[in-house]
Structures are given as C-alpha cells and as structure tokens.
Design a protein around this ligand. Structure first.
Ligand code: HEM
Length: 398
C-alpha cells in the first residue's frame, strides 16, 4: 500500500493537484495525513457533505484544529463558520444584512482608490512582493473599513489573520511559531473587546456598531459572539482574498498572453477571476465532524470522525470540469464549489468578486507583464487556506 498523502507536506503545498488527482482515483473518501483524517475528494460527495449539516457538523471543529493551549480562548470558536443550525441561521441573518448590493456599491470608490495607489507604487518600484503590495492592501482596506478600524491598524490585520490561519498548520514542536500565534490570539481578543466597549459607549457608522446594537428577537449578541463575527470576517475576508489576488498574479506570470488579452477586453476580467478561483481555490479544504456513524461512498465514517472536504480537489473533478487541469478562460463554471455550498455558502462572495474585478481593472490597464522573481513560491502552511506567503515579482508598464 502506498504511503498516505500528507496535506501539510512541502510537496503537497507546492502543488497539491497531482496528489489530489491520485486521491480521486483511489475514491471519493480517502484517508490522509496528518492524523489519518478522511478527505472527501469528489465533487458530488463534497456537495453532499456540505448540504448535510445534521450529519456533518461545523461546530464540532471549534477546537479540533487548534493547539490545546488555546482551549476556549480560540477566537474562532464563536464564529458562524463553526456553528450549526439553529444557532447558525440566527446569527447569519444578521451579518448578511451588511453585505447587500447597495452596501457593496458604497465600497467601490474606496477599492478603486486603493488599487490605483497600489499600482502606482508597484510601477514605481518595479520589483515588489505582490502579496504585500496589492493582494493584502486591498482586502485589508475593505475589511478594516467595514469594521471601523483605524487606518493605522490595517497593516496589522494581515499578521493577525495569517497567524490564526496558521494555527492549524503549526507543528507542536515549533515553539517560536506557537508563541507568535499565542501572542496574536491574545492581542486580537483584547483589541476586539476594547473596540466593542468603545462602540457601546460611542456608536459610529460602521458594522461593529450595528452588530453591537443588533437584536435577535429580544436577545442581544454576547461579546463572545461579537468577537466571533469580527474574527470570522477578518479570517474569512482577508486571507482568502489575498490568496485569490496572488493566484491571479501567478496566472499572469505563468500565462503571459492573458494579461494583454484582458487589457484589450476588460469585460473578460470576471471570467478570469472565476476560472482562477476554480483552478487555484483559495480554500484548500474545509473540515466537518460526523455527528453519527455515516456511510459515504461506501466508507463508514465513525461518529466524531473529522472529514476534510477538499474544495481544490472538487474543483478539478473531471466529471464536472472536463480537462480540469487546463486553465480555460471561456469555461462555464456553473458547478463552482470554491465558495462552499449550502447553509455556510460564503457571505463575502459578492464582495470578493467586486474587489478582484476592480483590482484587476486597475492592474491590467497599466501593466503589460508580470514576471516571477523566484523559482519556488513559498506557501502559507495551513490545512484550510492555500496561497503564496510571498510572491516576488517584477512588473513591466503597459
Ligand atoms: C464562508 C470561501 C471571501 C466571509 C466561506 C466558505 C467558503 C468561503 C468555502 C464556506 C465555509 C464552510 O462551509 O465551512 C471564500 C473565498 C473567498 C472568500 C474563496 C475569497 C476568495 C470572503 C470575504 C468575506 C467572507 C471577502 C467577508 C468579508 C465569510 C464568512 C463565512 C464564509 C463570514 C461563514 C459563513 C457561514 O458560516 O454561514 N467562505 N470566502 N469570505 N466566508 Fe468566505
């Protein structure tokens, strides 16, 4: 029997696609490392798990992927992403109100201004880390603004979310990494609670003030739930978008004909974004816990088992995406799964599409070519998010 594939190994992080293709050949439900977790690799089964929250719970995972020292202080533990019905629906109804098309339209000019400034700076320097120079700056400005954070805090958002995303990937013997994550969790928790107290005293025109005042029936949200929201938006909204924008830049470097094509026909940009999301989904896999013994594709998963639903694998499943290893700009992505499926479907999908479209409009109108300045991309170690940790590039003006 061949050794189990490890989702945290360097070879897997560098290029998970051949490994996942091999897993798909083995079957829709296969054991992987670390820890012999069950991975769900076929699109049909992935969809089935995601639309069956009664059998595959999100809440059981609050602590599964974090080190023991975090215990109940894990700020993700009160996030809606880690809740099941009926509590999930009650809280979700509140946040979705903040993501209406009208609310998003108000963000457009901010995104354009941030993207324009990023492109100005990048063209002046020519050699930059794309992750820092554009991928992070745009979502940090949007999320920071939505949450009413001081501009001075925006640069910090990235490190916070990175450390939280990394929690699932820090090796227990990496004491430096652990200490950094621990310091971040404590700082984030303290900062969030201080901000909640400030907004209670002095409400502003921002999402945090709205949430502080929100009522579900007669109940107010608890501080833990509010911190959970805050962290969910940070983690859900920042690192994923950073990853998407960096994957777009990587595509431009790997397929130099694409950028001039988009400059000539900017209406193709949304299509390019969708195919990049499919080809390199920012969310590698999402975890669920079995609430009872469940048989999935002939495999019996015991009650309490963790399953990793692989969105990257499902997005290349040949049954749904013929010639899935090819980047095809014209592809119809009707079966897209990269924003999830069912009750937890991404709240920020519309916002992400807006951010990516505007960022790329600014980029392709002024940049002719993006070249990678490294042989090996360094990847963020995580079971959940997949994106370059840094992306040294050189830009050539149009
Ligand atoms: C949920 C992907 C951007 C906020 C999800 C889920 C996926 C996803 C796959 C489902 C998780 C699950 O089923 O457990 C992405 C990708 C993004 C992105 C690929 C960008 C490229 C955003 C943004 C925000 C956001 C910009 C907010 C500002 C959330 C929240 C949830 C979520 C709050 C939890 C929803 C729930 O549990 O009901 N996202 N997301 N995401 N996303 Fe996103």
């Amino acid at each position: 029997m061949s050794p189990r594939i490890n989702f945290l190994s360097r070879e897997f992080m560098e290029n998970p696609h051949p490994h996942l293709a091999e897993l798909r050949r083995q079957g829709p439900v296969v054991q992987v490392d670390p820890g012999g977790i069950w991975a769900v690799t076929h699109h049909d089964e992935v969809q089935h798990v995601l639309k069956s929250p009664r059998l595959f719970s999100s809440s059981g995972l609050r602590f599964a992927f974090s080190p023991a020292w975090l215990g109940r202080t894990n700020p993700l533990s009160y996030s809606i992403a880690f809740m099941d019905p009926p509590h999930h629906g009650r809280l979700r109804a509140l946040v979705t109100q903040a993501f209406t098309p009208k609310a998003l339209a108000r963000l457009e000019s901010r995104i354009h201004a941030t993207a324009r400034k990023c492109v100005d700076d990048m063209l002046e320097k020519r050699q930059v880390d794309f992750v820092d120079a554009l991928s992070t700056a745009i979502p940090a400005s949007v999320i920071g603004h939505l949450l009413g954070l001081d501009e001075s805090r925006h640069a910090q958002l990235k490190q916070w979310t990175l450390d939280i995303a990394t929690l699932s990937g820090v090796a227990p013997d990496d004491t430096t990494g652990m200490a950094r994550c621990r310091a971040t969790v404590e700082e984030l928790d303290g900062y969030s609670r201080q901000m909640l107290a400030d907004r209670r005293r002095e409400p502003r025109e921002d999402m945090v003030s709205d949430l502080v005042q929100a009522r579900v029936g007669t109940e107010a949200l608890t501080d833990d739930e509010l911190v959970g929201f805050f962290v969910a938006l940070l983690v859900g909204g920042l690192e994923t978008t950073v990853s998407l924008l960096s994957h777009c830049a990587r595509m431009f470097a790997m397929r130099p004909e694409l950028l001039p094509r988009l400059r000539a026909t900017p209406t193709l940009i949304p299509r390019f974004v969708e195919e990049t999301l499919r080809y390199e989904p920012p969310i590698l896999s999402i975890p669920r816990t079995c609430t009872e013994d469940v048989t999935l594709a002939g495999v019996t998963l015991p009650k309490g088992a963790t399953v990793l639903v692989s969105l990257v694998s499902a997005s290349r499943d040949e049954k749904h995406f013929p010639d899935g290893d090819r980047f095809i700009l014209e592809r119809e992505n009707a079966q897209q799964i990269y924003f999830g499926h069912g009750i937890h479907f991404c709240i920020g999908a519309r916002l992400t599409r807006l951010e990516a479209r505007i960022a790329l409009e600014e980029l392709v109108s002024r940049v002719d070519r993006v070249e990678l300045r490294t042989e090996h991309v360094e990847w963020t170690p995580s079971l959940i998010v997949r994106g370059p940790a840094t992306l040294p590039v050189e830009l050539f003006p149009a």
